[in-house]
Design a protein around this ligand. Structure first.
Ligand SMILES: Cc1ncc(COP(=O)(O)O)c(C=O)c1O
Length: 504
């Protein structure tokens, strides 16, 4: 066996070396790593594919495919008849230093901002398990109908729908959203004020980029939505966590002593507690925004899921000073991958926002926007909302009943808020909700600890329990499992006599 075969064979014999990759890919990785670490230096000849296949016990095709991949990426050069050689890569000296430092992989050279953005990774996905908050069941999506609407558009060969989305998005969709917001959400809006974005994240990004400078302060609800915080942090804003109580965002004297440029709120259904901001607090916030010359960003992400009574009117509808930017999304009510949301801006901001939307994002997907416009204007959207509201409402009720029965006599309490896709099981404040989250995970259940949604030290403990993804057949079973996890968690930590509820 040649030294090169020997080297590659010993790397491949290590069961931890990329165990899940196919043989060809493992060989490619082994050779690449040897080249990076200069165990195979520039100009070294690799064994022939026939010899290497024999030495490793691989098929020759596997070796040839790995060599081809290495050649395509410039790691090796092959000349007909004379063999395969390690290439002379000028950047290799640099890469190899980084590789030594990081155990073989090239170090990611991120900016400071890049490092900050990626440090958190809250969106890292686990396998979806029962009660995962934020996950919905898409089995109710009207696939056939959607396909018909799309097909018709493609059949009509609308070349105008193949272009970038200019002027704030597809006009009939903006009109359909305008009508919907006026009627269902009491938003004061003309079609010109509605911009189609790729969802709330992008709406928030535009707001932060256009309305605030690095170092400016953003007030954010605490606990609150991590997605909004990530955007503000990436725009180098200073976050000021503002406490949320039973009436919504609650401004202290200390908060009022600061000067926010942006105020991010979810007044219809505070994320994640579900609290509805009272009228008095809404008026107070609007007054403060005027006094401070700040912009309010109203994220109305799931008002369609209100299970009793009419949806609440928006904060924007109360605004008489053009201080509120209102945003919504089709992520929850249709499906997240549709990547369509809307941003309603005051008149004075229409032009700058249109310019920035186009210059920064180059929006597109007009075909999808057009299908959605038809979906709404033909009445299918209202019917779909009604259907899934019923479906999720029934699941919520079933979960609530199961947990309420199983937790009778316990100090855990189910929050009473009546909307959204998750409910919150509130825990006595001595209970470590993150430990409970782990315990639940061991039982195959994915819930999230309320304390992890805080920037400041947590005021309340609890678990977010999503019910939208769990089928009714599973709710009762997993609900009982969850209840027993909660019981054991509450019992284990301190004796019951020490239990005390924290006031909000
Ligand atoms: C508070 C809040 N806002 C917005 C969104 C959705 O945003 P997007 O339109 O970017 O999918 C979510 C999704 O979980 C959310 O929880």
């Amino acid at each position: 066996m040649s030294p090169a075969s020997d080297l590659l064979a010993s790397t491949l014999a290590d069961a931890d070396f990329h165990p899940r990759l196919a043989q060809q890919r493992r060989l490619y990785e082994a050779a690449k790593s040897a080249i990076h670490q200069q165990q195979l230096g520039a100009g070294n000849k690799l064994p022939s594919s026939r010899d290497l296949a024999r030495d490793l016990g691989f098929s020759r095709n596997t070796v040839i495919a790995a060599f081809e991949q290495l050649a395509a990426e410039g790691y090796v050069t092959s000349a007909q008849g004379s063999g395969t050689y390690v290439a002379n890569l000028p950047q290799l000296a640099f890469i190899s230093k980084a590789s030594v430092a990081t155990g073989g992989e090239a170090e990611a050279q991120l900016s400071k901002r890049g490092n900050d953005i990626t440090a958190f990774a809250a969106g890292a996905r686990y396998e979806i398990q029962p009660f995962a908050p934020g996950e919905a069941d898409f089995s109710g999506f009207p696939f056939k109908l959607w396909q018909r609407l799309q097909n018709r558009l493609w059949r009509d060969a609308r070349t105008d729908l193949l272009d970038y989305g200019q002027s704030g998005g597809y006009l009939p969709l903006r009109q359909a959203i305008t009508d919907y917001l006026r009627i269902s959400r009491s938003v004061k809006v003309n079609v010109g004020q509605v911009l189609i974005t790729a969802g709330t994240q992008q709406s928030l990004d535009l707001c932060a980029q256009l309305l605030a400078d690095a170092g400016d302060t953003a007030w954010v609800e605490d606990p609150g939505y991590w997605g909004a915080r990530r955007v503000f942090q990436a725009c180098e804003l200073a976050l000021r966590p503002v406490k949320v109580d039973a009436d919504g965002m609650s401004l202290s004297e200390d908060d009022l002593a600061t000067d926010p440029r942006l105020i991010y709120v979810t007044p219809s259904h505070q994320y994640p507690t579900g609290v509805v901001m009272t009228l008095a607090r809404r008026r107070e916030l609007l007054d403060v925004a005027v006094r401070k010359n700040a912009w309010i960003l109203e994220d109305d992400y799931d008002s369609e899921f209100r299970y009793t009574g009419r949806p609440l009117a928006s904060l924007q509808g109360l605004d008489t000073d053009n201080r509120v930017l209102y945003m919504g999304t089709f992520s929850k009510v249709l499906y997240p991958g549709i990547k369509i949301g809307y941003l309603v801006v005051p008149n004075a901001l229409i032009e700058p926002f249109k310019i920035a939307l186009y210059d920064l994002q180059r929006p597109g997907q007009l075909m999808v926007q057009a299908a959605l416009a038809d979906f709404i204007s033909l009445g299918h959207f209202t019917a779909h909302v009604r259907k899934i509201r019923q479906m999720f409402g029934a699941r919520r009720e079933m979960l609530r009943r199961t947990l309420a029965t199983a937790l009778t006599g316990q100090r855990a309490r189910i929050s009473s808020e009546e909307s959204g896709l998750h409910l919150v099981v509130e825990l006595p404040d001595h209970v470590d909700d993150t430990a409970l989250e782990k315990l639940a995970m061991e039982s195959g259940i994915h819930v999230r600890a309320l304390s992890t949604y805080y920037l400041a030290p947590p005021v309340r403990r609890g678990l977010l329990v999503g019910y939208a993804y769990v089928t009714p057949e599973k709710i009762t079973h997993y609900g009982k499992v969850l209840a027993s996890v909660i019981q054991s968690g509450c019992a284990e930590v301190v004796p019951p006599t020490c239990a005390k509820w924290r006031s909000q």
